[in-house]
Design a protein around this ligand. Structure first.
Ligand code: C2O
Ligand code: CU
Length: 463
């Protein structure tokens, strides 16, 4: 309908480089990046078309996946499944529309544990045509790194301990590529805070001491504004949350932002530091709800239902649910691999992960499910393991209907759903984007060790 505006053009160049992750006296860290860590922010308005030329200056193949964006299959960046990987020296041009407004991110889908783990990722923000009124729109890209004492990235990617347990959890947490100290705020200010978890494996659970954040979007999709349950914003790898936080403290105040996800390993992420001068006397009381994105509503009566089970991994009775083998973050040095010395009791599967009993060995595989274009579908996901798994579907967002039989309060739209050990989660979506789509755990070590499948959506029928 009518003439299109020209696409917005962006360039990304994947290459090795250096980044100042930790403050002096530590030196820079050798990373792989799109020029900086995180990569440059791509920011467009809903409805705009993006054209992103990705140049591969790495010594190995790569791709870029636009996590959470509902793009045409050929633009999805999955090596061999949706495109030939970008060879060293080559450039591939991605082009797609920003259908949904929200907080998204981009990262390679080739050799994920290493390429993402060494720093290849960046934020992709799609602004609403009419955004909520805030004083500042801020993005925190969260990551953690496993650094050695000289601030270099530790090797050992894909070792069996990480693979069979919680994934490669690091010892140094960064916000926007830096070990953070303070985040400066002003009394009376209203901030929209976009959180993106770009870590390979770490789950974050952020608490904002003295403040009452409201969640207004999850995985880019608007949700009825609400306080996070238990006052904690939990984000598995790849997940996002948009918060509205009112700065209700007084000039000169300081409040901690704490990550308390792993029991006994809480640490202070940073301080909110109030300036001496307030911005205004009271925070605004304008509405914060976001307009809905154009997602098709599943028809539950007509939906087809499928069960999907997730299996494998090491059983670790003595380590509890998924908190073994790692250290708290936000610090340098010290014993890097907290759980390494402990014996692995009851190791059963040698660290191989499965979906419906199948361990993937690459991105190309027979579809685990074939869905007719336009069909509504409910998936009952069963986590048959002792570990957390953030499960991601490409090309679609889905509603999270229930957890362990209890309806969710907000029926939130997500593209990645975090399952706790042994949890059952029902999700629903309309299979309205044709193509072969990855469905996988976003703990990148789990994905690489088999927890990945393909869901096929047939071409639109031409009747
Ligand atoms: Cu964030 Cu299959 O990806
Ligand atoms: Cu997993």
């Amino acid at each position: 309908s009518g003439a299109r505006a020209a696409p917005r053009e962006f360039r990304l160049r994947a290459a090795s480089g250096a980044a100042r992750l930790v403050p002096a006296p530590y030196p820079d860290t050798a990373v792989w990046s799109y020029g900086s860590v995180p990569g440059p922010e791509i920011r467009v308005c809903q409805g705009e078309r993006l054209r992103v030329a990705v140049e591969n200056a790495l010594a190995e193949e790569t791709t870029v996946h636009w996590h959470g964006m509902r793009v045409p299959n050929a633009m999805d960046g999955v090596p061999h499944l949706t495109q030939r990987p970008i060879a060293p020296g080559e450039t591939f041009v991605y082009e797609f529309d920003a259908v949904d407004a929200g907080t998204f991110w981009y990262h390679p889908h080739q050799n994920g544990p290493v390429q993402v783990g060494r720093g290849l990722y960046g934020p992709l923000i799609v602004e609403e045509v009419e955004p909520v009124a805030v004083d500042r729109d801020v993005t925190w890209v969260l990551d953690d790194w496993r650094l050695l004492g000289d601030a270099s990235i530790s090797g050992g990617f894909g070792n069996m301990m990480d693979t069979g347990m919680a994934g490669r959890i690091g010892n140094t947490v960064t916000v926007n590529g830096r070990v953070p100290e303070v985040f400066a705020v002003r009394a009376g200010e209203r901030i929209r805070l976009r959180l993106i978890n770009a870590a390979n494996a770490r789950i974050f659970g952020l608490e904002f001491d003295g403040h009452a954040p409201r969640v207004i979007a999850l995985d880019g999709q608007p949700v009825e504004p609400h306080a996070p349950s238990d006052g904690r914003v939990v984000l598995g790898p790849a997940m996002r949350a948009d918060l509205v936080i009112d700065m209700t403290g007084a000039p000169g105040d300081r409040f901690r932002v704490v990550d308390s996800f792993y029991q006994g390993l809480e640490y202070r992420l940073l301080d909110l530091a109030y300036a001496a001068e307030p911005l205004r006397e009271h925070v605004p009381d304008t509405p914060v709800a976001l307009p809905a994105n154009p997602l098709a509503e599943p028809d539950f009566a007509a939906a087809e239902r499928h069960a999907v089970s997730f299996g494998g991994g090491m059983m670790s009775g003595m380590m509890g649910s998924g908190s073994g083998g790692m250290m708290g973050g936000g610090m340098m040095g010290g014993g890097m691999m907290g759980g390494m010395g402990r014996t692995m009791q009851g190791m059963q599967h040698g660290g191989i992960w499965t979906i419906n009993g199948v361990a993937a060995t690459g991105h190309v595989m027979d579809p685990m499910l074939t869905l007719q274009h336009g069909r509504s579908c409910v998936l009952e996901l069963v986590n048959d393991t002792a570990w957390h798994h953030p499960i991601h579907l490409h090309g679609h967002s889905f509603r999270v209907l229930s957890r362990n039989g209890n309806s969710t309060r907000h029926r939130e739209w997500q593209d990645t759903v975090l399952m706790t050990p042994r949890e059952r989660v029902e999700i629903a979506f309309v299979a309205d984007n044709p193509g072969d789509w990855m469905f996988h755990c976003h703990i990148l070590e789990h994905q690489a060790a088999g927890m990945m499948g393909v869901i096929r959506v047939t071409e639109a029928s031409r009747t």
